[in-house]
Ligand binder design. Structure first.
Ligand code: HEM
Length: 179
């Protein structure tokens, strides 16, 4: 995982839990915590930090990942305003993730392995967003979508309608923009 994701996690943790909280998490996870934005680091390190945060807060790991995704969006908007400025709605922003956002990320961060999403309309009018990644970070994706709603001052209801963590082959999020 690219160092920038660790940097954004650090910013989110410090903003919400104070300046010592990040060092405490790293200590508890047994990590030195030197993450340069352009570097690549084992996914296991990110997951170890998230695990420690979940244990400290007495929350399930999916909830921590979702929280992180939601908090990450405003921090990414500060770092990369250009990626957000061309959009007027959360739907436009989120559905550009495969064609614009993550391709731009790959240009900025050589070697970034960003996930690909598949979108299709559901019969009930919601938009399904299918996610397949060996990293199985569907709750992070959910948080990114919710944070995108916050960014555009919209409430996007996100329902996990299938999930690899429940034995299904693919994760699908149903997004309701009218919520
Ligand atoms: C709604 C929009 C977005 C969604 C749903 C999304 C989703 C995700 C997810 C789930 C991952 C984890 C990797 C995986 O699952 O395989 C990821 C990775 C990443 N995303 Fe996004 N993302 C979004 C927007 C953004 C934006 C705006 C940026 C930066 C400007 C960004 C930068 C990255 C980076 C740097 C990685 C790490 C890739 C790596 O280290 O290999 N994403 N994204």
């Amino acid at each position: 995982m690219k160092g920038v994701i660790f940097n954004v996690l650090e910013d989110a943790v410090v903003a919400e839990h104070g300046p010592d909280s990040w060092a405490d998490l790293l200590d508890a996870a047994g990590l030195d915590g030197i993450y340069s934005s352009l570097g690549s680091y084992p996914d296991a390190e990110l997951l170890a930090i998230v695990d420690r945060a979940a244990a400290t807060l007495d929350q399930p790991v999916p909830q921590v990942l979702r929280w992180f995704g939601r908090k990450a969006i405003p921090l990414l908007a500060e770092r990369y305003p250009r990626l957000f400025e061309q959009h007027r709605s959360a739907r436009s922003f989120v559905t550009s993730v495969n064609d614009i956002i993550h391709p731009e990320v790959r240009k900025l961060y050589a070697g970034a392995a960003c996930p690909h999403f598949h979108f299709h309309e559901l019969d009930d009018g919601r938009l399904a967003m299918a996610y397949r990644s060996q990293r199985q970070l569907c709750h992070l994706a959910q948080g990114f979508v919710e944070g995108s709603g916050d960014h555009f001052a919209e409430t996007v209801a996100v329902e996990h309608i299938s999930c690899v963590h429940h034995g299904e082959p693919v994760c699908r999020l149903a997004l309701d923009w009218a919520a």
